[in-house]
Design a binder for this molecule. Structure first.
Ligand code: GTP
Length: 597
């Protein structure tokens, strides 16, 4: 297709504003699939995504649209991941397009992710077309929301398209706007190949499928290609695009989007943002913006039943095949046994993986408290990245430590602003900006990421009755007074419960855990001391007094079968216990103590 007949676009929106519904409508309107073939929300391919209503994997569909000018256009719709944890993947998807549809729910208005996503689109140099969705709803206020888009984002909304993705009103106007308002891509077919690697995933039949946007040159079946950042070279087996059905073709040309396969075994070998070039006639320069993805949140995953260890290892390996940003390594805990230390792009990413392991792979897991990556500068001048509080070096060897900060954007109705600001301040937040748009406030804060992984989302949701929306990006590392708090049960440290925290909060967090454990650990035949310590200094202490009576005492003598039943029950309970020194700690105590809430 000629460059002037191609339009590459993405849809940016806040969760639930109707991105997937609009995508389905566009696909349907271009006749790419029969209505009866159409599963609801075509682009969200995994079940969990569909269930949670979150788009995780970016995918693309090619549509053929006959416009009012009589010409047929190739429209490439790039679906972008909908959550902040995937900000880098979003930026690469956007780099593959020239424009965006900004979808805003006309009954809700601008939300935190509307802003974050539209700024990503504007950063990528996109032409942005505002689209007001859900105008069929009685609560829709398109005029107010248009004004809000102008005030908050500064976009001209005089040509905003009014639609209902649900009923189909205005879909034709969206298609015309794409053709008339978005620029066409640029590219040179005689230059050496430069294709942007936008996404990749594992397919049981085809191996790794790589999604690319051709910037210059031509990608052909049979060609030998090389990835410029990873240095790996492959022979291209197949080339094509999605409609969303897989269509094979012989080549992809400048401006086009599509996929190729090349006998690649692991998604980990294909880095999002890398440049695919010709092996024999490589491009002089890679495309700008490559950044290897690094996990920012780590936690331990342990099987509740030690017999599941091998299964857990196999399941992690399978997940990793399809998710290059997820990392893991073996970890041993005195308290929890054999498990794995796992790294994620953020909390949502963690939750998704944990849920898949439990659901798809049928594993019962203990997840230890998430920890961020600290930089530990030692007195000998070395720097270590700390993924696990249990590995913290002796404080005498530490010169200073740094922790990651994020820039968070919170949108909240006025009446809940007070408690939200208090929460941010309590979590060591620094206000960057506070503005109002209509009856909503937008607060921009710098916050330490470790305060956010603690229980920030839950608190934010509860103090705003669910009305606050939250978005963040990782900002920078800065020096901080951090200490490791160890939890001791009868003077023995329980490694899985130790955590790193700012000095100012160490005592209160330590006390909180001790109090919770006191509630959770059943009394035993002897007294149990629960302590929180920083180095050798005890900062909090609780004790559980000894149990005097035998469990069977209350069945006064006679009834032997009843007595046996009770003992059996006790034995059954024991399986769910972790022996710790002399003390038995029930599984549930770990789970609850780790919840931190
Ligand atoms: P994520 O995939 O979570 O990012 O959400 P999304 O932005 O893709 O939203 P989705 O398309 O899943 O729509 C969210 C909800 O709004 C669904 O229940 C849709 O049926 C509904 N919806 C979408 N468009 C309209 C519309 O025009 N009118 C009405 N009344 N409901 C709509």
């Amino acid at each position: 297709t000629k460059l002037s007949h191609i339009r590459n676009f993405s849809i940016v929106a806040h969760i639930d504003h109707g991105k997937s519904t609009l995508a389905d409508r566009l696909i349907q309107a271009c006749g790419a699939i029969e209505a009866r073939d159409m599963k609801e929300q075509m682009l969200d391919s995994m079940d969990i995504e569909r269930e949670r209503g979150i788009t995780i994997k970016a995918q693309t569909v090619r549509l053929e649209y006959k416009a009012k000018d009589g010409l047929t256009y190739q429209l490439n719709l790039m679906d972008t991941p909908g959550h902040v944890d995937f900000a880098y993947e979003v930026s690469r998807s956007l780099a593959a397009c020239e424009g965006s549809l900004l979808v805003v729910d006309a009954s809700q208005g601008v939300e935190a992710q509307t802003l974050a996503n539209v700024y990503h689109a504007l950063d990528a140099g996109h032409e942005v077309v505002p689209v007001l969705n859900k105008i069929d709803l009685p609560a829709a206020e398109p005029e107010r929301v248009k004004q809000q888009i102008e005030d908050v984002i500064g976009l001209d909304t005089s040509d905003a398209v009014m639609i209902s993705a649900k009923t189909g009103i205005g879909i034709d106007l969206v298609l015309e706007a794409l053709v008339t308002r978005l620029p066409c891509p640029e590219g040179e077919e005689n230059e050496p190949l430069q294709a942007l690697l936008v996404d990749s995933w594992y397919d049981a039949y085809l191996g790794v499928i790589i999604l690319v946007r051709i910037k210059n040159g031509v990608l052909r079946k049979g060609q030998k290609i090389r990835m410029m950042a990873s240095g790996l070279a492959y022979q291209v087996d197949s080339v094509g695009y999605f409609t969303p059905k897989i269509i094979q073709s012989n080549e992809l040309r400048p401006g086009e989007m599509g996929f190729f396969t090349a006998g690649i075994k692991a998604v980990a070998d294909t880095k999002v943002g890398d440049t695919v070039t010709d092996d024999k006639k490589p491009a002089a320069e890679p495309l700008p913006g490559f950044k290897p993805s690094v996990p920012v949140v780590w936690c331990g995953l342990f099987p509740i039943d030690a017999a599941d260890y091998e299964d857990l290892r196999d399941s992690l390996a399978k997940l990793r095949l399809n998710d290059a940003s997820f990392q893991y390594e073996p970890e041993t805990s005195a308290a929890l046994g054999f498990g794995f230390r796992c790294g994620f792009l953020g909390l949502l990413h963690l939750e998704i993986i944990q849920e898949r392991l439990e659901r798809e792979f049928n594993l019962d897991l203990i997840t230890t408290a998430p920890s961020v990556v600290y930089r530990v500068h030692l007195t000998n001048g070395d720097m270590q990245e700390l993924h696990n509080p249990a590995d913290m070096p002796d404080p005498a060897r530490i010169d200073h430590m740094e922790e990651p900060w994020i820039k968070a954007t919170i949108m909240v109705p006025d009446e809940y602003l007070g408690p939200v600001l208090t929460l941010c301040t309590d979590r060591r937040g620094q206000q960057v900006d506070l503005t109002y748009a209509g009856s909503r406030a937008m607060a921009v804060y710098k916050l330490p990421l470790n305060e956010v992984v603690f229980d920030f989302y839950d608190r934010l949701k509860s103090i705003s009755r669910g009305y606050a929306s939250f978005d963040y990006e990782v900002d920078s590392y800065s020096e901080s007074e951090l200490v490791k708090v160890s939890i001791l049960v009868n003077a023995e440290p329980v490694d899985a419960l130790s955590f790193v925290v700012h000095k100012a909060n160490a005592e209160s967090r330590g006390r909180g855990i001790c109090q919770r454990l006191k509630e959770l650990i059943p009394r035993q035949m002897f007294q149990i001391a629960i302590q929180a310590a920083i180095g050798g200094r005890i900062v909090a202490r609780e004790s559980i007094s000894a149990l005097r009576k035998d469990v069977t005492a209350k069945c006064y003598g006679g009834d032997a079968s009843r007595k046996r039943k009770l003992l059996d029950k006790q034995k059954e309970g024991k399986k769910r216990m972790r022996q710790f020194g002399k003390v038995e700690i029930p599984q549930s105590a770990f789970l609850a103590a780790l919840k931190m809430g």
